[in-house]
Design a protein around this ligand. Structure first.
Ligand code: C2E
Ligand code: CA
Length: 432
């Protein structure tokens, strides 16, 4: 039942019904649900300054932006003039909901452009979790609304309801402790997702993505455990393990199929760590193969601090044949003034721009801008999150270089990836 003609989202009444159903479901299946309320700040001012037509447009854009954060199992509604609700199903802890909230704020760093206007939107976000903060829908809503109001009063961006007892803390400790055992008990594995060259239709390499299958919880999403590993310091041995595993496996692929490229995700701070260079070169020596090339994917925000030291670290890695990719490009803080100095090889466009590419002109504009920027500096431009043939066709038309996404393949375990490689033939849409 669509109640809001403008954004095509459910309105407050439908939302409350659905919230009730989902909270009952979460309680029954013993999973957590996070209620994230998002209020656009000073919305009336946008209406009075730019007029109602622009105000309406902002609401539509804002709904699209929230739609890009929503996963399949989540639910999004517009529950007030300038208030939206995002219900996150099956989260592990509050940190997971907070990550979604941070992603929203990150996406808002880019101003909305409409006609001649460039409009900066800010918002306030209130979060409450079932069952951590409330066990039924009504109380969950009360908790989220009251923390939203409190957060507004204190001029903060994100507020989280107060926790009763130490449930969250113990959940954090569970994951952190379990991660210590995960390496020992072989619970980690590396999955591979192909990057396909859009011009010649060949597989140009694979991104290594870490998977953790916990003995009783099953698969734990990297979106949950990687931030915890980063906080606890476990990320260092984990990254060394991912590097070794993927280089070892890529060396085997190269024995059968010739030159291979494997990309590994690296936490931003590693570049400035004194022993990171040795970690990488030791792995390369250990799995020595002339036929394997290593790319490090580093998210954009890492490049803003300590530019000179960062460039030095990148240069040193590059002198050993390592390639550098800027991950999630387009939502960080890159400034053109030092962009030209960065010794990088690849730009990966943030998935958020790819998902809604065909519906959103600003996303298409941004993607074309990133392509131009990349090509001006001789960088490969990669689009990730490609799920549909018509998006692939568009990317091919605008001469993006590489594509990655469910359209070709989800990330696969090593053996399945090898089988996929053997069978892969680029579909018509990709052939020259
Ligand atoms: P990322 O580096 O941006 O990786 C891309 C994510 O998008 C992966 O999620 C991948 O499975 C997913 N993906 C790829 N194609 C599609 C698509 O067509 N549609 C959709 N909806 N999703 C797609 P995943 O594997 O859950 O990883 C999430 C994040 O966790 C990664 O984001 C990366 O930041 C981090 N991560 C994963 N493995 C590692 C690792 O070994 N080390 C570090 N430091 N971070 C890792
Ligand atoms: Ca990546």
């Amino acid at each position: 039942m669509t109640s809001d003609e403008l954004t095509r989202l459910d309105g407050r009444l439908s939302f409350l019904e659905r919230l009730n159903e989902q909270v009952n479901y979460a309680n029954k299946h013993k999973i957590k649900a996070g209620l994230v309320l998002i209020d656009i700040d000073r919305f009336q001012r946008i209406n009075s300054q730019y007029g109602y037509e622009v105000g309406d447009k902002v609401l539509v854009k804002f709904a699209e932006l929230l739609g890009s954060v929503k996963r399949k199992q989540d639910y999004l509604a517009r529950i007030g003039d300038n208030t939206f609700a995002l219900l996150l199903m099956g989260i592990m802890n509050t940190g997971h909901a907070e990550l979604a909230a941070r992603k929203i704020l990150r996406l808002l760093e880019m101003p909305f452009s409409y006609k001649e206007f460039q409009i900066r939107i800010e918002c306030t976000i209130g979060i409450a979790i079932c069952p951590t903060h409330a066990r039924d829908a009504r109380h969950l809503m009360v908790e989220a609304e009251s923390v939203l109001q409190e957060t507004k009063q204190h001029s903060n961006n994100i507020g989280i309801a107060a926790v009763q007892g130490d449930e969250e803390l113990s959940d954090f400790w569970d994951i952190e402790m379990a991660m210590n055992d995960a390496l020992k008990f072989n619970e980690f594995s590396v999955y591979y997702q192909p990057k396909v060259d859009i011009v010649n239709g060949r597989v140009s390499g694979a991104e290594a993505l870490l998977r953790w299958k916990h003995q009783s919880r099953g698969f734990v999403s990297p979106g949950i455990f990687i931030p915890i590993a980063e906080q606890s310091g476990m990320i260092k041995p984990i990254t060394a393990w991912v590097l070794n595993t993927s280089l070892r496996q890529a060396a085997k692929w190269s024995d059968k199929w010739g030159p291979q490229t494997v990309s590994v995700n690296i936490p931003p701070e590693f570049l400035l760590m004194p022993d990171f260079f040795d970690m990488v070169t030791n792995s390369l020596k250990l799995w020595d193969s002339d036929n394997v090339s290593l790319t490090l994917e580093i998210i954009e925000r890492s490049f803003i601090s300590q530019v000179d030291r960062t460039i030095k670290a990148l240069d040193k890695l590059k002198s050993h044949g390592v390639k550098i990719s800027i991950d999630d490009f387009g939502t960080g803080y890159s400034s053109l003034s030092y962009f030209e100095k960065l010794p990088v090889d690849e730009l990966k466009i943030d998935q958020a721009f790819i998902f809604n590419l065909l519906q959103s002109k600003p996303s298409r504009d941004i993607v074309r801008l990133i392509r131009d920027l990349g090509h001006a500096f001789d960088l490969q431009v990669v689009a990730e999150g490609v799920e549909e043939a018509n998006i692939l066709r568009y990317l091919r038309k605008i001469e993006c270089d590489l594509v990655q996404g469910y359209y070709f393949s989800k990330p696969l375990p090593n053996e399945e990836y090898c089988e996929w490689l053997l069978k892969f033939e680029c579909p018509q849409a990709c052939a020259i």
